[in-house]
Ligand binder design. Structure first.
Ligand code: AMP
Length: 290
């Protein structure tokens, strides 16, 4: 596996890869502290591309001033081993100076979908996300890029950007990988102490409640949402939102099998999010193998 911190060096690796025949390049952008969720993205990328490039970049542009940029978990030696074991061909690990030698003035501003849910909780977040994804797509030049359903709104906005700005990259989405007890894997789970780890189960529990309420015959989104919010009430947990939306992140007027339940909560100081497609249920999501 090649590893590079420099855009120029990546370009040289990319040019060499083009000979003798241009391979199909599959790309997995991440912020590192890799876990089984990332592994499943890499696994899909491996099956989609002749060459797999993964990136690790903790993008300052998508963090608010009071968020966890400085303490975001970083462990390159471990990430490197994991990427190598999953047969990543090239690991691109630029630092902030390489990506933003000067304050970026041109940015990708998403549409109104970015003002709801995560976008409302984290103003400017999705502008930061789309700007870095656009830059990474220009540098890496993938044919296909793989994202996780775990960040459902992000995946949807990336798809929208690719369509609206004619990126010529196809986007594949991987189901959320969970712990055996239902907690969605996240690099931020490492912030949780044992009590908080237990409390964090309220998110997947709320998604199950939403699903069960709908399966019990309730199609009114207000009532299903209320059930979800009630399930999130727990000591040490501050629910942020619980919403029922369609695949375009628009609120639904009637809950169906295609409706997506999205939740976010603060557990101690850690913000966690999760979602479920009601007709599929979180029971269908892959679990980490012990
Ligand atoms: P991150 O490193 O958290 O920015 O995530 C990089 C990619 O991995 C994003 O496309 C995420 O949606 C995806 N991802 C994160 N957690 C999971 C998970 N538990 N299951 C599947 N994909 C995930």
């Amino acid at each position: 596996m090649k590893i590079t911190h420099s855009i120029a060096e990546y370009n040289a690796i990319h040019s060499a890869l083009q000979r003798p025949a241009a391979p199909r390049l599959a790309f997995v952008p991440t912020m590192g502290a890799l876990h089984e969720g990332h592994r499943s993205l890499i696994k899909l990328a491996r099956s989609l591309g002749d060459v797999v490039v993964a990136s690790i970049f903790v993008n300052p542009l998508q963090f608010g001033p009071h968020e966890d940029l400085a303490r975001y978990p970083r462990d390159l030696p471990r990430d490197r081993k994991l990427a190598e074991a999953r047969e990543v061909d090239c690991l691109f690990v630029p630092d902030a100076a390489a990506m933003y030698p000067a304050e970026p003035l041109a940015r990708v501003v998403p549409g109104p979908v970015a003002d709801t849910l995560e976008g409302m909780a984290r103003p400017g977040h999705f502008t930061g996300v789309l700007t870095v994804v656009a830059k990474l797509f220009h540098i890496v030049e993938p044919d296909v890029a793989v994202f996780g359903r775990k960040d459902f709104q992000q995946a949807m906005l990336v798809k929208q950007m690719v369509r609206d700005l004619d990126f010529g990259v196809s986007i594949d989405i991987v189901p959320t990988v969970r712990e055996l007890d239902g907690l969605a894997l996240s690099s931020r789970n490492s912030y949780l102490n044992p009590d908080e780890r237990r409390s964090a189960l309220v998110l997947s529990r709320a998604l199950r409640t939403i699903e069960q309420t709908w399966r019990g015959g309730e199609a009114d989104p207000v009532k299903v949402q209320r059930a979800g919010l009630e399930a999130m009430h727990s000591p040490g947990v501050i629910p942020e939102y619980c919403a029922l939306v369609d695949e375009n992140v628009q609120p639904v007027t009637r809950v169906t099998a295609h409706t997506i339940g999205v939740v976010a909560a603060r557990v101690g100081k850690t913000r966690l999010l999760d979602n479920v497609v009601l007709g599929e249920g979180i029971g269908a999501d892959p679990r980490v193998t012990p």
